[in-house]
Design a protein around this ligand. Structure first.
Ligand code: ARG
Length: 429
């Protein structure tokens, strides 16, 4: 255990079990690069407020830039990533390193580093979701006129086009883009300068650090600045919804790749075999994407419960935030990227889809609607057709789909319009 930053107050030292429980290095070392950036910004604010001389600030900045890409400087005995950086600076620069924490607390420091990290990760998730929408739109364009069976209750319902189904999934991801944009917006606030909760007596200008870090805004209230984890909740919600949508797509791919459906052939590059059963080709990518949904919803639930009834300002409960978000923000991107790869190469068996769409019973609604056109009230038409389902003759599912030209419907023309809209929406922020 390295001497804690607060050892002056409690010289007796921590019980080893207390240290084991309290230290957060295993869960925050990933913030190294971001905490170094936050420290550089704090040095700029100290310099602007003339707490540090120009030469002191340049020396500190040079050293911080030197260590930025060297997280291996962390020692297992450090309490957390923040004290590790201060230790490294002090070992190298002596008294000058020991000056860096003036006007700052780990409370505003950790909030800053987390926001920087989240901004990078959520932007990456956004990028991945945008790419997925593009791939689904492309496949939809390719299959605008491919007939496929449409389902409700997982029972054959009415013929649709494969492009219509692909666009349906794509539109759910467009809504995720909006949620990710909202999360990025609430992340874009700099807490630096808030100190422990009540700023400092140095007259630091929060705008200096914010500009250095590229944050659009500075905190409105220093107590709120160190207590606020809404940006993580927003990011977790956005990721949860994206993964929930991904799980719905994944689930259908799992079903469609089964021998029972036989609608798709998984690309070799995005499938796995079995260690024991030589014949197997498994949809593990889709399954793991589906599986990560639970991790995200768990993280969101965990954070919400952590925040509930938490007194202002910083409380140590907040230390668990990193455990709740880290895997989610990282793995959401991996899951989306993997599903994009899978969807760009998956082979649709258009013959199997056409054969399933040729099920005469799926045209029952069309027959009833023909009777309506002849003047029969719909309820009577429904009853008449229902009583002779078995006698229905196979019709042409292609014609049925082509006739459904309502905007947003399955006809090839409607699908092409949807593809254009998807491309436009995915681009605009
Ligand atoms: N390791 C802590 C965290 O992750 C840093 C903040 C500690 N601050 C404090 N006052 N104990 O939240």
């Amino acid at each position: 255990m390295t001497k804690p930053t607060w050892a002056g107050r409690l010289p007796g030292g921590l019980a080893p079990e207390a240290w084991e429980f309290l230290h957060s290095l295993p869960h925050d070392r990933f913030l190294w690069r971001f905490d170094v950036a936050g420290t550089i910004a704090h040095v700029a604010a100290l310099e602007a407020a003339e707490v540090l001389k120009k030469t002191e600030a340049s020396k500190l900045r040079r050293e911080l830039e030197r260590i930025r890409d060297h997280p291996e400087l962390i020692e297992d005995t450090d309490e957390d990533v923040h004290s590790a950086i201060e230790r490294v600076l002090t070992e190298k620069l002596g008294d000058l390193g020991a000056k860096v924490h003036a006007g700052r607390s780990r409370n505003d420091q950790v909030a800053t580093a987390l926001r920087l990290w989240s901004r990078e990760k959520l932007a990456g998730v956004r990028h991945a979701v945008e790419a997925l929408v593009g791939i689904l739109a492309e496949r939809a364009e390719e299959h605008a006129a491919t007939v496929a069976p449409g389902y409700t209750h997982l029972q054959r319902a009415q013929p649709i086009s494969l492009g219509h189904w692909l666009c349906a999934h794509a539109f759910s991801f467009v809504r995720d883009l909006r949620r990710l944009d909202a999360a990025l917006e609430s992340t874009d606030v700099s807490p630096l300068g808030a100190g422990a909760l009540a700023t400092s007596t140095f007259g630091l200008d929060p705008k200096v650090a914010a500009a250095e870090l590229g944050f659009g805004e500075t905190f409105d209230n220093s107590i709120d600045a160190v207590s606020d984890r809404d940006f993580l909740a927003d990011g977790l919600y956005a990721c949860s919804m994206a993964l929930i949508h991904l799980s719905r797509l994944a689930e259908e791919i799992v079903l469609w790749s089964s021998s029972e459906f036989g609608f798709v052939t998984l690309p070799d590059a995005w499938a796995t075999g079995s260690s024991m059963m030589p014949q197997k080709k498994n949809p593990d990518v889709a399954e793991l994407a589906r599986g990560h949904t639970g991790v995200a919803v768990g993280g969101l639930t965990g954070l919400l419960v952590t925040l509930k009834s938490l007194p202002l300002a910083y409380d140590r409960d907040l230390q668990v935030d990193k455990q709740l978000v880290r895997d989610v923000f990282v793995k959401t991107r991996l899951a989306v990227d993997a599903m994009s790869g899978l969807m760009s190469e998956i082979a649709f068996d258009t013959d199997a889809l056409a054969a399933a769409s040729g099920d005469a019973s799926m045209l029952a609604t069309d027959v009833a609607e023909d009777l309506v056109r002849e003047g029969v009230p719909f309820r009577d038409a429904h009853e008449q057709v229902a009583s002779r389902i078995a006698e229905l003759e196979a019709g042409d599912p292609r014609r049925s789909v082509a006739k459904r030209s309502t905007p947003g419907g399955p006809s090839p023309k409607s699908v092409k319009a949807q593809v254009r809209k998807l491309r436009r929406l995915a681009r605009t922020r």
